[in-house]
Ligand binder design. Structure first.
Ligand SMILES: NC(=O)c1ccc[n+]([C@@H]2O[C@H](COP(=O)([O-])OP(=O)(O)OC[C@H]3O[C@@H](n4cnc5c(N)ncnc54)[C@H](OP(=O)(O)O)[C@@H]3O)[C@@H](O)[C@H]2O)c1
Length: 278
């Protein structure tokens, strides 16, 4: 039997794939464009032709809902195929606070999965620290600014590698079915504080700019697709309403160690923000 990782090229999925491989577990990564011939299957939620090769022999699935697929009906047919092919265990990458926001695509997905008959674990992640490298990388690197439309709202950022490690445990250990974990970092920070820590570690001032339009414009200019930009705007809007600031002990509870914090993350990713041209 094999474990299957959807979104295996993505922020969390790539670390889930690597973590399972490190454990020596038979694993198959899914991608619309597999980077290697071995250990991968070509897969799209929109193309049934690839589903048999993706799910044959699979017992478990790490499920990422691609940001641009907002409706359950976009992903449900592939999941029904997976279930019919024998997938029994699903670990779903959801978002912190999903249980409080019924209209979120993540929550709709959770509810469908809960009724699916499969053994499901929800991993409701806080905002990824990796967003500071991907979505916000260019503005920090080249403009010395952090543009996040969250006002003074606090958010509990988490390292995607910690989220992936939690997901790996849920896939390979018994006892996690029917449970939900909310991995977060050790504290909730507003973005003035995030910018201050960036500035302290990088040795130059980084300004916090909270504008929504500026955020959308810069992210698009940096090549971030429209789906993730809109999803990010929604997440930051919810943050202003108090969703996303909860701090949990779930990383330590599952992994037995503290989560990575902002300062440690920035120190280990320093090279991502070295200015390209001054
Ligand atoms: N960003 C955050 O801070 C955050 C926090 C909590 C939860 N989340 C949630 O985490 C999930 C992942 O978000 P992300 O921004 O980190 O994206 P990501 O996982 O880095 O990228 C999306 C993944 O989906 C795959 N994909 C895209 N379209 C697909 C399709 N039609 N069929 C199959 N696979 C497809 C891509 O693989 P290929 O291109 O290789 O096919 C890619 O691996 C989202 O549901 C998001 O809401 C994000």
């Amino acid at each position: 039997m094999v474990l299957v990782v959807a979104g295996a090229t993505g922020t969390v999925g790539r670390h889930v794939l690597a973590g399972l491989r490190d454990l020596g577990v038979p694993v198959r990564g899914l991608s619309r464009r597999p980077p290697e011939p071995d250990g991968w299957a070509r897969f799209s939620f929109a193309d049934p032709a690839g589903w048999p090769a993706a799910f044959t022999g699979a017992s478990g699935l790490f499920l990422v809902r691609p940001p641009q697929l907002a409706r359950v009906r976009d992903v449900r047919p592939a999941l029904e195929h997976a279930r019919a092919a024998g997938v029994r265990r699903v670990v779903f990458l959801s978002v912190l606070g999903a249980e409080r926001v019924p209209v979120l695509p993540h929550r709709r997905m959770e509810r469908w999965l809960d009724a699916s008959g499969m053994a499901v674990t929800h991993v409701r992640s806080g905002n990824f620290l990796q967003n500071l490298v991907t979505v916000h990388g260019a503005e920090i690197r080249d403009r010395d600014e952090l543009v996040v439309p969250a006002g003074s709202a606090r958010m509990s950022y988490v390292d995607a590698r910690d989220v992936a490690a939690v997901a790996v445990c849920c896939l390979v250990e018994d006892g996690h079915a029917g449970r939900a974990y909310s991995p977060t970092g050790p504290d909730a920070l507003d973005h003035a504080r995030v910018a201050a820590v960036l500035g302290e570690v990088l040795g130059r001032p980084i300004r916090y700019r909270p504008g929504l339009l500026r955020y959308g414009r810069l992210a698009r200019r940096a090549g971030v697709p429209a789906g993730p930009v809109l999803a990010g705007a929604a997440v930051y809007t919810l943050a202003r309403l108090g969703v996303g600031a909860r701090v949990t002990d779930d990383v330590r509870g599952v992994l037995g160690r503290q989560p990575v914090d902002l300062r440690a993350f920035v120190e280990s990713h320093r090279s991502a923000w070295v200015p390209t041209a001054r």
